[in-house]
Structure formats: C-alpha cells, structure tokens
Design a protein around this ligand. Structure first.
Ligand code: G3I
Length: 315
C-alpha cells in the first residue's frame, strides 16, 4: 500500500514528520516513522541548547543520531533550527552581550553547525519565529543587541558554510494573510532584492480547531512563490479541546486535507511536515493543558480520520 511519502512524491512533494531522540527506542514507533515518511525534522536535537551547551563546545550527538536514521531510511532532513529565542543555553541567556561579541558568537554557532551537517541536510530553518503577532520584530537577544540585520547576516553565514542546503525563515501563525505574514512577505522581498541567500519560508501551521481554519493559506503561499521562494508546511498539527469527539476528529481530518490541497495547488510549495505523527509524542498536552489529539495517528499508533483524509487529498 502506498505511503504518504509515495503519494506526495507523485506530486513532486515530500511528506515528513518531526521526531525526537527519546522516541527512537520505541520500535513500533520507529517502524512507521521509517516507512511512511520521506523527510524528518529533529524536534529538539539541533537546537542551540543541545548543540552548543557550553560556549565553543559543540555536541552533535542528538542531531547525528537522527541524520543517521534518516539516511538509513532514505529520508531527507530539515535542519531545525539555528537562530531562535527559545531553548538557548544558559551561558547565552545569562549575560549582557556587546554587539561585536554576540555577532561573533552567532556566526560561530551558525557556521560550526552548518559545516558539521554540510551536504547532509535538505534545508535549514535558519531563523525561527522572528516576528510578533502584530508584525513587529520580536525583541530577542539577537534583535536587541544586533538589530534587524541579524537575519540577513545569519542567512549569509549559513550560505558560506553550505552552498547547497536550502535556507528558510520559519514561523507560526503566518498561515493566513495578516500582519505577521505581511511582515514576512515584506522582509522576504527586501532580502531577495538585496541578494541575501533566502530560499524558502516555512509555515509551521500549528492550528487549533477552536480558532478557525486559515482560509487564505493558498493565496498566501502563492504570493511567496511569486517572490521566487519555496514554501513548505513545516510543523503541522491540528489541536482541539479534549475530549476528542467523532465530530471534532472529522473536522480535524478536513483541515489536514485542506492544508494538503493548498500546498498541492501552489507549485513552489515543496512539502509538508507534521510535528511528529502520533499523539503519543505530541508537544501539545504539556503546553496547552486540556488540548491535544492533534496528529493523524492516535496514542496507540492507530491511524485516525486525519490520516485517511491526508491519503485522499494526496491521491
Ligand atoms: O531535556 C529535558 C529533559 O532533561 C527533562 O527531563 C524533560 C522534563 O520535562 O524536559 C526536557 O526538555 C523538554 C524538551 O522539549 C526536550 O524534550 C522541555 O521541557 C520542553 O519544553 C521541550 O519542548 C519542545 C518545545 O519546542 C520547546 O519550545 C518540544 O519538544 C518541541 O516539539 C517544540 O518544537 C517547537 C519548534 O521547535 C518551533 N515551533 C514550535 C514548536 C512547538 O513548540
């Protein structure tokens, strides 16, 4: 029987899942992970706290484990993520930085990690979650110390370290056209005009039934395509208020299908990644108590209506 990856490949797309190192000892889990998907994103293992736990001391064990597994399963890997305000090591957040000092730290982090994975990854989420909901820059340590130019610098440094890997900006709540996605549109246009190496924009797509479906998703993806950029749905899940009812699961299935339709309708939407594939390992319940059931497989690794809706949408 054709897998989600097989079906996506017929459209020239990939279909991926996030995963995380502790899950890799779960044999039934890794069986589906290795079989159903042709792209993998490490959920935590390539983040700054994991890769540079002490300044200048790098540890790629977690990321390497996932890259090796993906290679054994003939899967691409989306690298996630080089520059983000969250999950930073204590040595970085625990002090005031001079601009020159932080610029050197950032450059070294990006280039050491990108060089380590050079030739092994399909894409990098170079800068993650750079904007606030209203489209202003998020006041991260990087923004406050270096100004908005840190984004172009990060992309250029990444490109120097790996000339072929696709370089992305990535964020949530940018699926619909609105202030936050407009900020990305404007920034992407400027970066392209300045010749900054940007290849794509990742739409995380952490949706929630109670907030409504982003009906402008397809138009939004298309306007980024027209800038000459790839787009991708990078962290898809559709959470709901628990308990999950048959009705909610049916609506969730429809949303997964609609997102897939939107991506398939836009030539440069290159693929879809779900933020892990089973409710067993979803990040949602820990962060949004009372919500969950967000993924296409349930906690027993049994496919839900969303899985069958994805299959239909890809047929
Ligand atoms: O590593 C510690 C472990 O030592 C400890 O025993 C355990 C107990 O709680 O916590 C572990 O750290 C957790 C870490 O994941 C690794 O499992 C953190 O508490 C937990 O907060 C962290 O959550 C991750 C989250 O990013 C942090 O913001 C999720 O797994 C990860 O899926 C999630 O992914 C993000 C994307 O990177 C960016 N977009 C949003 C997405 C969802 O938040």
């Amino acid at each position: 029987k054709a897998t989600l990856a097989d079906l996506a490949q017929r459209h020239g797309r990939y279909f991926g899942s996030a995963t995380d190192n502790p899950e890799l000892t779960d044999v039934p889990y890794t069986k589906i992970l290795g079989h159903e998907f042709d792209s993998i994103t490490p959920g935590n293992g390539m983040k700054w706290y994991a890769t540079e736990p002490q300044q200048g001391v790098f540890d790629f064990t977690a990321g390497d484990e996932i890259v090796n597994l993906a290679r054994a399963n003939h899967q691409k890997v989306r690298g996630h993520t080089l520059v983000w305000h969250s999950q930073l090591p204590d040595w970085l957040t625990g002090k005031e930085w001079e601009a020159d000092e932080l610029r050197a730290v950032l450059k070294n982090h990006i280039q050491t990690e990108v060089r380590h994975y050079r030739g092994k990854l399909y894409a990098w989420d170079v800068v993650n979650e750079a904007f606030n909901e209203d489209g202003t820059y998020r006041e991260t340590v990087f923004y406050k110390t270096l100004g908005p130019g840190y984004i172009a610098d990060a992309l250029r440094w990444a490109r120097q370290a790996d000339p072929r890997v696709k370089l992305y900006l990535n964020d949530y709540n940018i699926e619909a056209i609105g202030p936050k996605s407009d900020a990305y549109y404007k920034l992407a246009k400027e970066l392209k005009a300045q010749g900054v190496p940007l290849d794509g924009v990742g739409f995380q797509a952490h949706l929630a039934l109670q907030y409504g479906y982003p009906t402008t998703l397809e138009d939004n993806l298309r306007r980024f395509s027209r800038l000459g950029l790839d787009t991708a749905l990078t962290e898809v899940d559709v959470r709901m208020l628990l308990p999950a009812t048959e009705e909610k699961l049916a609506e969730q299935a429809q949303w997964y299908a609609d997102m897939t339709d939107a991506c398939l309708a836009v030539r440069r939407c290159v693929g879809i990644t779900i933020w892990d594939y089973t409710d067993k390992y979803s990040w949602i319940p820990a962060v949004f108590p009372g919500e969950g059931a967000a993924l296409p497989w349930d906690e027993q690794l049994k496919p839900k209506p969303a899985y069958f809706a994805l299959r239909n949408a890809l047929k």
